[in-house]
Every structure is written in C-alpha cells, then in structure tokens.
Design a protein around this ligand. Structure first.
Ligand SMILES: Nc1nc2c(ncn2[C@@H]2O[C@H](COP(=O)(O)OP(=O)(O)OP(=O)(O)O)[C@@H](O)[C@H]2O)c(=O)[nH]1
Length: 329
C-alpha cells in the first residue's frame, strides 16, 4: 500500500534515504520500489563514484536518475539542486514522491539544508522524511569511529537497521539502545534485504560506548580501476580478495562489475565482508564505459599504485596472489 498521497499544498514530497557506505540503501530501496511504498516515484541516486550499473539495480521507479561522481552534500550539491529543479519542471509524469538515495559519505542534514535554502526548491518541494539505514554488523564500529555515521543517525526521522538476521541478539539490543540515544524521536525498524522484520530487543540493554571519534582521519575517497579485458572475472575476484586481506582496514567499500560466462557479475564488499556476486540484468543497449571495473572507496588509497598493483597481478604474475604487496595500493 503506497504511503504517498497528492498534497493539498501542491508541494512535491521528498524522502531522503541515507546511511553509511554499504549499509544496504539500494537493497532496501529496491524492495520498497517493488512494494510501491512510495507510490509513483522519481528516484535520484547519488553515488560517490561513477557506477554505471546502479540504474540496473533499482528497477521499478517511474523515473530514475543517477548523479555519479560527487557527493550531494558537498561537491555534487549543485548537480543535485539542478536535478531536483528539473524534476519539478518536468511535470509530465504525475509523481507521488521523489526519493533521493544519498551516497554513503553524505550527511542527510546538509542535503536537507541545501534544498531548503534553494529559493526555487523551497517553494516546490517538502522534505517529508529522512530514513537512515544502519548496518547491524558494521554499524556499531562505524558509529564508534566515524563522525559521519553518527551525524547520519542523528538526522533520521526513521532508522532501519539492515542485515538484522546477521547480528547476534545482544548486539542488536545494544545497537538499538545506541541508536535511541542518538535519535530519540526516530522510529526504529529492522529489515532483511529490504523486508521489514520484527526484532525483539532488550529495553535494559546498555548502549555501545561510542566515546570520542578519532581526530581527522582523512577524507574517504572513491577510485575507479578499469580492468580492461586482461585477466577475466576470476583474476579480478582473486586480486580483490587479496587486496582486502592486505588493506581491508583502509578500504571501506568496493563495488565492481565484470563479465563472466554466466553474464555480468556485480562484485561487492563492505569492509572485509565480500558479498556473494550477483548477476546483473543485461541492458538492451550496452552503454559506454561498461567494461570490467572496480570502484574502491576508502582512505589513503593511491590510484597510481592501485593500477600498478592490478597490472602487476594480471600481467606480471599471471594472476598469482603474490602480485599484492602488503603496502598495496
Ligand atoms: N545479509 C544481508 N545483506 C544485505 C542486506 N542488505 C544489503 N545487503 C548486502 O550488503 C551489500 C551492500 O548493499 P547495498 O544495498 O549495495 O548498500 P548501499 O548502502 O546502497 O551501498 P553504497 O551505495 O555503496 O553506500 C550488498 O552486498 C547487499 O547484498 C541485508 O538485509 N542482509
């Protein structure tokens, strides 16, 4: 049942979906689009990096735009405001809601501020809800160390803890207590692959001790590696596993797409958790830039050394794991 309705004031409702890198935003949103929770929807996806497969992953929206390669709360702000103005002006498709999936390094409060300070948008759009997703497994660590993860939770009207089934019950209770402390007024729910699930938590559980976040540990940045046709999918998967083993602390998120005999595979990891590959739907018309690639998002990654590491792995060592050095990339 769609929760969106036409408004008397004529303003177009906007829902912001935020959460840290890999929290499960796209997976959750995909399911909401399937159930038509937001009615007739225009989805805007903001990615920190160019990911020319995101539109394939989010099928069921009236319209979908990907704003890639800049975070909408900072460098990509102008693009986001322009995209929202275009949606407001288009008007051809009657819409119930605009849903903005932010990048994992965005502060939803900064985005909301930017929209409300825009003299045109403030008269066309109303922010009805900020939904922030928190990973049941990685969330406690992220809240403890990343200032941004806390800011995201604090900005929420609704928090959805994803990967609910994966976390042990005591951790779920402590995470719930922690999130209630950060966002006391937010509705707290749980989901597995986007499907809302009921989780009993202990109301007396103690929150995690968050403590002070580390002083500036440097910006999280995205780097894209075009893998060319050498090596094939198995080499890319093996290189990635070895790289995460050697440098998993500084690599927060990996996404990539690679051709395999079964079709195009989406490879991903969140921290050191390598996810099972997913077969991507094929496009009717292949798009430019859709070769094999990997996007690595993290701190202190040197793109030149990253490329050299891959080249050494695939060319110099013919796919043997010795191509990865401990200090790669
Ligand atoms: N077990 C489990 N895995 C999940 C769940 N939700 C998402 N995932 C997996 O977590 C990984 C990240 O999910 P995404 O939906 O791509 O996360 P995201 O927040 O959109 O990622 P970024 O846009 O890169 O920040 C994928 O491999 C998903 O399959 C869940 O509820 N349970």
């Amino acid at each position: 049942m769609a929760e969106a309705t036409g408004r008397q004031d004529g303003l177009l409702p906007l829902v912001i979906v935020g959460g840290f890198l890999g929290a499960g935003k796209s997976t959750w949103l995909r399911h909401q689009l399937f159930t038509r929770r937001f009615g007739r929807v225009h989805v805007l996806v903001n990615e920190a990096a160019e990911m020319p497969v995101d539109d394939l992953l989010l099928g069921r929206a009236e319209r979908l735009d990907v704003l890639a390669g800049g975070c909408a709360c900072c460098s990509g702000r102008a693009d986001l405001l322009a995209a929202l103005r275009r949606i407001c002006d288009a008007g051809a498709v009657a819409l119930d809601t605009i849903v903005l999936e932010t990048s994992g390094i965005a502060d939803p409060a900064a985005i909301a501020r930017a929209i409300m300070e825009d003299p045109v948008l403030v008269r066309r759009i109303v922010l009805t809800r900020t939904i922030v997703l928190v990973d049941a497994l990685e969330g406690p660590g992220q809240l403890a160390t990343e200032h941004l993860a806390r800011a995201q939770a604090e900005a929420a009207d609704e928090i959805v803890v994803t990967k609910a089934a994966e976390a042990p019950a005591p951790n779920r209770s402590r995470l719930a207590a922690t999130l209630r402390g950060l966002a006391p007024d937010a509705r707290l729910g749980w989901a597995d692959f986007g499907v809302e699930t009921k989780v009993e938590t202990d109301p007396d559980a103690l929150p995690f001790d968050l403590g002070p976040v580390a002083e500036d540990s440097g910006p999280i940045q995205a780097h894209r590696l075009d893998a060319g046709s050498a090596g094939g999918w198995w080499a890319l998967s093996a290189w990635l596993s070895a790289l995460l083993f050697a440098r998993g602390d500084s690599i927060v998120r990996v996404k990539g797409a690679v051709r395999s005999p079964a079709g195009r595979l989406l490879l991903q990891s969140v921290r050191r958790h390598v996810q099972p590959p997913e077969i991507l739907p094929e496009r009717e018309q292949p798009q430019e830039g859709e070769g094999d690639f990997i996007v690595l998002i993290g701190r202190g990654i040197d793109p030149v050394r990253l490329q050299a590491s891959w080249d050494r792995f695939v060319l110099g060592h013919e796919g043997r794991a010795e191509g990865i050095a401990r200090d790669d990339p």
